[in-house]
Write a protein that binds this ligand. Sequence first.
Ligand SMILES: [Zn+2]
Length: 231
Amino acid sequence: MEPSKVPLAGDADHLIDSTDPHHPANHICTLCRNFYNLGWVTGTGGGTSIRRGPHIFIAPSGVQKELLQPSDIFVLDYASRSYLRKRPDLKPSACTPLFLAAFDRGAGCCIHTHSQWAVLVTLLVERDASKSGAKIDDKYFEIEKIEQIKGIPKGRGNAGMMGYYDKLRVPIIENTAHEEDLTSSLEAAMGRYPDTFAVLVRRHGVYVWGDDVQKAKTQAERSISPSIPPD
Ligand SMILES: [Zn+2]
């Protein structure tokens, strides 16, 4: 039998079998490889999820993200939240409920990284808060007058992109022992900051989402770019 005619192992494998590099199963692997090279998803941490029509494609948990293959990808039915394709030898991503929170807000792609730059920003905000002695219930990272801000939308809808003199505010939520337990505080931060496309997790990383892969990727690169030096 020709290699191309070899039947796939599972019934649902057609969902992840494509020669199109922009098919979510292929695209997630490419993105994760690139994010690994940026130091964003090292040590199996972080993940990426893409919505295409009724389906949610998700990188599994506990996998070396630079070695991810399309055959590793889980596929979820968005409406019923049930798995259409699940590898029995791999664990579903603990980020799944957090990705779904972004999709519920209309996102087409959500990226979670353990970027050291994102972690550092949360530590700097924490340091400054403890220095001032202020009790801050609503924590956020704020920045203005920086070129990278231009890649961030002003808000949802058609308000355009931020300009050099605009101020970007990214909410920070507290970390929890288990990733999935972040869901309620992530959703609360999304409610407090309806225009935000990112939420930082203190001493952990960041969730960034966008209308599609290109926008989510641009916003992740702009908001946690290694080219932004620490203060
Ligand atoms: Zn994480």
